[in-house]
Design a protein around this ligand. Structure first.
Ligand SMILES: Cc1ncc(COP(=O)(O)O)c(C=O)c1O
Length: 346
C-alpha cells in the first residue's frame, strides 16, 4: 500500500485520505464506551460539538453520509410521499435507490445550473394537496457542494427563498452537506447560517476533512430521536465508536480552514485542463472538485489510463466526463507532477 501511495497522486476522490499522525494520536487517546448504550464520551462530545457549531438542537454520529441522508429522508416522509431534488443529486443517483428502498417515496427531479435550482422551480413542482391521484410533496433536498456539479456552491439567498416556499407549503428541507465545509470555506459562510435554514443536515467527516469514517446528521431533538431509532433499524448502531468520533472532533478543529488549500490546487488544475485540446469544457471550479468534459472522439478510459501510467489517478463521472478531487493527501509537491502529466496529454 505504501508503494502505491508513493507512486500515485490520487485525485479519484477526497475519501482516499489516511489519518494524519496528530489525528491518530487523538484517536488513540479517545475516551470510549458503548455508544449503543449512550456511554461513549467521545461520540457524545462530537455530537454536542457539531450541534453547537450549527446552532441546531442535536446531532447523530453515523457510519456514512449515505446513512445520514437516507435516515434524514425517512424522518421527514411516509410511503407515497414525494421528495423534490436535482437530477444530479447524490441521494437520487448514488445511494442505491435508497429513497424508494427505505422510505417508499417517489422523487420529483429538477434540472438546473450544475445541481442547483430555484425557489420558483420548487414552487411549481409541488403537487396539489386536494388531488388524491398525486404523491404528497413532503420534502425538498439540496446538495452543497454539488458533487456531480463540479463542486458547485449554492447561493445562500436562493436557499433562503426555498426555505420560505417550504414554510408556506408545509415542506421539510434537508441538506446533503457531504462537502458543506468546502462550501462554507469557499463562500466565507458560517455553519449556523445553514443550521437556521434546514430541518436536517448531513455532513461527512471522511471526505475533505480526512477522517477514516463517519458522518453526522443534525436536526431538532425530536428528529434526531427518530433518527437514532432508524439508525438502529438500519444496523448502524456502533459500539466504541469514540475512536472514530475523536478523529471527527480533531478534523472539525484542525481540517476545516485548510480546505482553501485544496480549492487553490483545484483552480490550478482547472486552468491547465482548459488549455488542452482533448478537453472541450471544464465546469466552473469553485471548491475542491474539477470536472472536465473530454472532446468528441477522446475516450475516457484512454484518458484515465494515460494519466495513471504517469502516476496520476482521476475518476470517471459518466460518458466523456472525468473528475479530479483535491484533499489533504495531495501535497504541494504533487502539483508539479500533476500539472506536467496533464500538459503532456494535449
Ligand atoms: C454529495 C455526496 N453525498 C453523500 C455521499 C455519501 O457518503 P458516504 O460515501 O459516506 O456514504 C457522497 C459520497 O461521495 C457524496 O459525494
Amino acid at each position: 500500500m505504501e508503494n502505491l501511495r508513493a507512486r500515485f497522486v490520487d485525485c479519484r476522490s477526497d475519501t482516499v485520505t489516511r489519518p494524519t499522525a496528530a489525528m491518530l494520536d487523538a484517536m488513540l487517546h479517545a475516551q470510549v464506551g458503548d455508544d449503543v448504550l449512550g456511554e461513549d464520551e467521545s461520540v457524545n462530545a462530537l455530537q454536542s460539538q457539531a450541534a453547537t457549531l450549527f446552532g441546531m438542537e442535536a446531532a447523530l454520529f453515523c457510519p456514512t453520509g449515505t446513512m445520514c441522508n437516507q435516515i434524514g429522508i425517512k424522518v421527514h416522509t411516509q410511503p407515497g410521499d414525494e421528495v423534490i431534488c436535482h437530477e444530479l443529486a447524490h441521494i437520487y443517483l448514488f445511494e442505491g435507490g435508497g429513497i424508494a428502498f427505505h422510505s417508499g417515496a417517489s422523487v420529483r427531479l429538477l434540472s438546473g445550473n450544475n445541481g442547483r435550482f430555484t425557489a420558483e422551480q420548487v414552487r411549481s413542482s409541488i403537487n396539489r394537496r386536494d388531488d388524491s391521484h398525486l404523491p404528497f410533496t413532503r420534502l425538498v433536498a439540496l446538495e452543497n457542494t454539488v458533487n456531480k456539479g463540479g463542486g458547485a456552491c449554492w447561493d445562500l439567498e436562493e436557499i433562503r427563498r426555498i426555505r420560505s416556499v417550504c414554510d408556506e407549503q408545509g415542506l421539510a428541507l434537508h441538506l446533503d452537506g457531504a462537502r458543506l465545509f468546502n462550501a462554507l470555506v469557499a463562500r466565507g459562510e458560517a455553519p449556523h447560517q445553514y443550521g437556521k435554514l434546514f430541518d436536517t443536515i448531513s455532513v461527512c467527516l471522511s471526505k475533505g476533512l480526512g477522517t477514516p469514517a463517519g458522518s453526522l446528521l443534525l436536526g431538532s431533538k425530536s428528529s434526531i430521536a427518530r433518527a437514532h431509532r432508524l439508525r438502529k433499524v438500519m444496523g448502524g448502531g456502533m459500539r466504541q465508536a469514540g475512536y472514530l468520533a475523536a478523529a471527527g472532533s480533531y478534523a472539525l478543529e484542525h481540517h476545516v480552514r485548510r480546505l482553501q488549500e485544496d480549492h487553490a490546487k483545484a483552480q490550478t488544475l482547472g486552468r491547465e485542463l482548459q488549455r488542452l485540446s482533448c478537453v472541450s469544457e471544464v465546469l466552473p471550479v469553485e471548491t475542491n472538485i474539477v470536472i472536465a468534459r473530454l472532446a468528441e472522439g477522446i475516450s475516457t478510459d484512454d484518458f484515465l489510463s494515460k494519466l495513471s501510467e504517469r502516476g496520476v489517478r482521476a475518476g470517471s463521472m459518466g460518458a466523456q466526463l472525468v473528475r479530479f478531487v483535491f484533499h489533504l493527501d495531495v501535497a504541494d509537491a504533487d502539483m508539479e507532477l500533476l500539472c506536467q502529466t496533464v500538459r503532456r496529454l494535449h
